[in-house]
Design a protein around this ligand. Structure first.
Ligand code: 5CA
Ligand code: ZN
Length: 408
């Protein structure tokens, strides 16, 4: 699938130091140490039916920051992102609104591309839809079958295919939930712990056999369509290989999604799926997580069409630490617009403080768990100080563009 237009990312002089990020499994900061200097990053993409709200934007801007910091550390970055372009929530939305599911997905993906371009998010090299990944999904299920971890549910009408999660030695190390807690969250987030005929309530669907009126594809497993988790497992393994550096997404994906991907990947390859799991916080509005089902969405496209500068939208997102949960308010954008104006005035000065120590401060902040608020504070301080360097403004424009994706 085509991704979107790449922004220019300037290269800065000097580097040194590695990125350290919070790993969900270990609950501590870990260093990203790519093999052969190639950082392999997988970030879960949208299910294209309510894009792009500010929660989505916050997530993709967070991993864009990671991408930029990895580049600045001198690594090459291979970035893969999926699009869940066939799954229950998309089909349900299409049905409820009387729209063709493919048209719904296509329209939302188009909007998402426009929003990502406007927000200067670097596109993935591999942007892959679930539908186009069906051959690799089926291959992966077949190879999992050889390990004995795949079975058909005991259901005469629809003997769908499931993955036995407890085959994975580390199952549970990401979410650290008890079985009861896990079952409750699984049920809330697309799982089916109560389905009769499963070996274990947490076993996850990998191939759903055709139901009347649902899209389906021919396969060695019977006509059907992929389950959600196996989609990301297959796409990541195909484009990044096993033990890639980071799997990322919002914290609502820790369980079941990333736990299941990790389990499927580990059983299929006998290696860790990802080396590090990173999760961004949830953006809320009026006291609740932003989501279509709650009807409390702020769409990037709507903000843009009402005249908001996309750079200010990006800066509003960067004002929060990526791991924090926070609430969007009208002030978020207003404050970002004011900050942007201050920064633009500051770099246009005929003489400013030297850029060197600012760049050191930006790098130090971002390499420590992508601390964008600390980076913004360093830039705020620079913008307020008097100085005598006539070239500093131009250097700072490059640095803020390269590291924060903010064009002044
Ligand atoms: N297609 C799957 C991932 S494979 C999916 O979760 N799609 S999504 O459209 O629901 O979400 C896309 C990304 O946005 C996910 O990483 C999710 O964690 C993140 N996200 C969704 N809602 C919010 C929110 N309110 N705040 C922050 N991030 C969010
Ligand atoms: Zn995913």
């Amino acid at each position: 699938m085509r991704a979107w237009t790449a922004p220019d990312v300037p290269t800065l002089d000097g580097r040194g130091g590695r990125l350290r990020v919070h790993d969900t499994a270990l609950d501590e900061l870990v260093e990203i140490e790519p093999d052969n200097n190639e950082a392999r990053l997988y970030v879960c993409g949208i299910t294209p039916y309510d894009a792009t709200h500010l929660g989505h934007a916050n997530t993709y801007v967070a991993y864009d920051l990671m991408y930029r910091v990895l580049l600045d550390c001198g690594h090459r970055v291979v970035y893969t992102q999926n699009v869940t372009d066939v799954d229950d929530p998309l089909l349900e939305r299409a049905e409820a609104t009387g729209v063709d599911w493919e048209e719904l997905a296509e329209g939302q993906i188009t909007l998402f591309r426009e929003d990502m371009t406007a927000l200067r998010v670097v596109p993935p090299q591999h942007y892959v839809g679930a539908v186009e990944a069906i051959p690799s999904v089926v291959d992966l299920i077949e190879s999992l079958k050889l390990t004995g971890a795949i079975y058909q549910v005991d259901d005469a009408e629809y003997p769908d295919w499931y993955f036995e999660v407890h085959r994975a030695p580390g199952f549970g190390r990401l979410s650290k939930l008890s079985d009861d807690e896990a079952s409750a969250v699984f049920a809330e987030r697309g799982g089916d712990p109560e389905r009769p005929g499963k070996k274990h309530p947490l076993d996850c669907l990998v191939w759903r056999l055709e139901r009347p009126g649902e899209p389906s594809w021919e396969s060695r497993l019977g006509r059907g369509r992929p389950g959600w988790h196996i989609e990301c497992t297959a796409i990541a393994l195909q484009h990044l290989g096993a033990a890639f550096d980071v799997q990322g997404g919002g914290s609502d994906l820790i369980f079941p999604h990333h736990e299941m991907c990790a389990a499927e990947g580990a059983v299929a390859t006998r290696q860790p799926f990802a080396k590090t799991y990173v999760h961004s916080g949830m953006v809320g509005l009026h006291g609740e997580k932003m989501s279509k089902s709650k009807g409390n969405l702020v769409l990037v496209s709507r903000l843009r069409s009402s005249g908001a500068d996309p750079t200010a939208i990006r800066l509003a997102l960067l004002a929060q630490h990526y791991r924090d949960d926070w609430e969007w308010t009208a002030d978020s954008l207003r404050e970002a617009q004011q900050r942007l104006a201050r920064w633009r005035d500051a770099v246009a000065r005929s003489a400013a403080p030297s850029a060197d120590s600012l760049i050191d401060a930006l790098r130090a902040a971002l390499r420590t768990d992508l601390d964008a608020p600390a980076a913004l504070a360093a830039m705020d301080a620079w913008a307020e100080q008097p100085g005598a360097d006539p070239d500093a403004g131009a250097t700072v424009v490059q640095a803020v563009d390269a590291l924060l994706g903010v064009r002044l």
